[in-house]
Design a protein around this ligand. Structure first.
Ligand SMILES: Nc1ncnc2c1ncn2[C@@H]1O[C@H](COP(=O)(O)OP(=O)(O)OP(=O)(O)O)[C@@H](O)[C@H]1O
Length: 643
């Protein structure tokens, strides 16, 4: 039996992709790695090209949007020029340079031109906005769908490590940031650049000297902005992180409200939420203080430059080298250039920030599941042939706890049609065996069925224990109504489903009707048999049902198990008695295997277990004396074993 070293977590090799996903609570020393030998492919670097590639399907609307943008920018810079002309005509007329009638006619004509340009600018601006928004929404929709598809195909181990809140946040927030970058930010940047270049050209055409003076002021403005964005970026990041922490607390609290209530932890969760919100608030306030310093400073600087330009321009006007209209047009161009340069810097900093989000999104998009896709719909690890479950020298560590071997060279064979009960002390690895047979995980080492055979066979169906039961989905599913009803009848569930106001269309689980423990079990059985699986995995109930309900569940299970290979995690003596064979799972191995009678006679681990635990479960319900019960096991349980 191999005694390999426990798999170690190597952050550089194993989990580069998942690092940002992890809550980082440090509870397991950050050992969120895959099982031994598994390697995580390196994420491809996020290039601007790849980022823009997201909008590839929208080339048409975006190109049209760019044309609108150019038109709008041209129109925008055209207005000051015309306004300058208007001023000059008025000044000329007042100085006697032209007749008042002629001046009136020309100013009216210029006004009409301005109106036409403004109308064109508004139209083009509206078109640009609509086209870019349109493209943005479609890009985001596609991205979210792709991201969801990538997530839903990840192996179960991935979800052991990731926080649900984090994943939904990524789906919503990160893709939103990306949408902005791939479409609107690019559009704004193009617009700003166009206006800036045009403004500079017109400034230069109006007065090269004044242009040189204005440009001299740009470096200090850039420097101020650069310092500001350097200081503000970490604040924004920390604020977002604190908000995400608060959101995670809220999500976890609401999803486990019963536990919170049971342990009267309302105060504690409130304090945690408040702590996270306080942190977010403190970063937001620091950010606001920074804004309060930067914007007036930048404003004064810009105003100072404009005043200097005005002063120097006035000297040029006095010297007769520049007209008053040209000077006013120049000042407006200078303001255009300054504002658009600032906007460009802002966009650049948001693109840098968004690259972080892009990396995380692309990491998920690129991530290859460690396990073959659709694990739940494929043949189990131990079932290469129909209905034959075989685990050969299987070693397994959970990806989220890679340093601990849970299964240590476990061998188990269930021939087609046989019923095997798994018993053993808590934590021995029974559920893990079932999870592996179910192909939720692949063995870290040991026998595994070849992939091409997996795909061919229907998956094993599992009847979970009612605590993890039937909630969260419709009682129906994709199956045809006849099959649905047939499965429900097998599971003794048809009558109560039909009696519900919405029948088979009833939503059960979180938002829907609450089902009783026995009803949940029967729904779970119906779900399990609906695909007519060759292998049935049963997780015996741990909660007590009344006699009638128990009878219905037991009858349903017997019908469901008939003619199938059954692996049952058994807690009841009656269940193990019925099984063809009993396997004692102890410390990740099968310690003993045989029939109930054989193992009892052997007087080993099983016999001790029966005395300690199984009898304890039986006694209270049967009203017998709890001879060797150790009192550690609660009330009798619903018998959910295979016949
Ligand atoms: N998703 C998981 N991630 C990490 N460790 C896990 C996970 N599930 C189970 N374990 C660990 O694996 C070991 C075996 O657990 P398993 O649930 O298989 O035992 P079990 O025999 O079914 O116990 P029980 O009878 O209490 O259900 C335990 O130490 C448990 O803490």
């Amino acid at each position: 039996m191999p005694q390999g070293p426990p798999p170690r977590f190597d952050p550089n090799r194993d989990f580069t992709l998942l690092e940002p996903l992890l809550p980082g609570d440090g509870s397991d020393g950050g050992e969120a790695a895959g099982h031994a030998g598994a390697t995580e492919p390196k994420a491809r670097a996020v290039t601007p090209r790849r980022l823009l590639g997201l909008a590839a399907g929208e080339a048409g609307p975006l190109a049209l949007g760019c044309i609108c943008l150019l038109v709008a920018s041209l129109a925008q810079v055209g207005v000051p020029k015309l306004a300058g002309e208007l001023i000059d005509v008025a000044i000329q007329a007042s100085g006697g340079g032209s007749s008042p009638e002629e001046a009136r006619r020309r100013t009216s004509s210029i006004l009409l031109q301005i109106a036409a340009v403004v109308a064109a600018s508004s139209l083009a601006g509206g078109g640009r906005s609509w086209l870019f928004q349109h493209a943005a929404e479609r890009v985001m929709c596609r991205l979210r769908v792709r991201l969801f598809a990538a997530l839903v195909l990840q192996e179960v181990g991935f979800f052991d490590r990731a926080r649900t809140g984090e994943l939904t946040n990524r789906l919503a927030e990160d893709s939103r940031v990306l949408r902005a970058v791939a479409t609107t930010s690019v559009a704004s940047a193009l617009g700003s650049a166009a206006v800036m270049v045009l403004g500079l050209v017109l400034m230069f055409a109006t007065s090269p000297l004044l242009t040189a003076l204005t440009l001299a002021a740009i470096p200090p403005l850039f420097l101020t902005f650069w310092l500001y964005s350097r200081a503000s970026r970490p604040l924004v990041r920390q604020q977002l992180a604190a908000s995400a922490r608060a959101a995670a607390v809220a999500e976890e609290t609401f999803s486990s409200l019963r536990t919170v209530r049971s342990f009267a932890k309302e105060g504690a969760v409130q304090a945690r939420y408040e702590g996270a919100q306080d942190a977010a608030l403190s970063y937001a306030l620091r950010s606001a203080a920074l804004d309060a310093c930067f914007f007036p400073l930048a404003g004064s600087l810009a105003t100072g430059v404009v005043m200097a330009v005005l002063w120097y321009g006035a000297q040029l006007v006095i010297a007769g080298q520049l007209t008053a209209g040209a000077l006013s047009a120049f000042v407006v161009y200078a303001l255009f250039v300054a504002t658009n340069a600032g906007a460009l810097l802002g966009i650049a900093s948001s693109v840098v920030q968004a690259l972080g989000a892009a990396e995380r999104v692309f990491e998920l998009l690129d991530r290859q599941p460690r396990l073959d896709m659709q694990a739940g719909t494929q043949e189990p690890a131990g079932a290469p042939e129909g209905g034959d479950v075989r685990l050969q020298d299987v070693w397994f560590a959970y990806p989220s706890r890679p340093s601990i071997w849970v299964l240590r060279g476990l061998c188990l064979h269930v021939s087609p049609g046989r019923h095997v009960a798994l018993v053993g002390a808590s934590g021995g690895g029974k559920s893990t065996v079932v999870a592996l047979v179910q192909r939720f995980y692949d063995p870290s080492r040991g026998a595994d069925a070849p992939a091409e055979r997996r795909a061919a066979a229907p998956h094993p169906a599992r009847v979970p224990a009612p605590t993890s039961g039937a909630g969260g989905a419709r009682t129906g599913g994709a199956a045809s109504n006849e099959r649905l009803e047939a499965a429900a009848r097998v599971a003794n569930a048809h009558d109560f489903i039909a009696a519900l106001p919405q029948g088979y269309a009833t939503e059960v689980g979180e938002r829907g009707v609450r089902l009783s423990g026995g009803q949940k079990q029967r729904i779970a059985i119906a779900r399990a048999v609906i695909t007519d699986p060759r292998v049935l995995l049963l997780d015996e109930a741990t909660s007590a049902l009344d006699a009638e309900s128990e009878h219905l569940v037991q009858e349903a299970l017997e019908r469901a198990a008939a003619g199938r290979t059954v692996l049952v995690i058994a807690h009841r003596l009656s269940t193990v008695r019925r099984a063809d064979s009993v396997a004692v799972v102890q410390e990740g191995r099968i310690a003993e295997q045989g029939t109930h009678a054989q193992l009892l006679a052997a007087g080993g681990a099983y016999a001790a277990l029966v005395q300690r635990q199984l009898l304890a479960n039986e006694q209270p319900q049967q009203g017998q004396q709890a001879q060797q019960a150790d009192g550690g096991v609660a009330t009798a349980e619903t018998q959910a074993g295979a016949a």
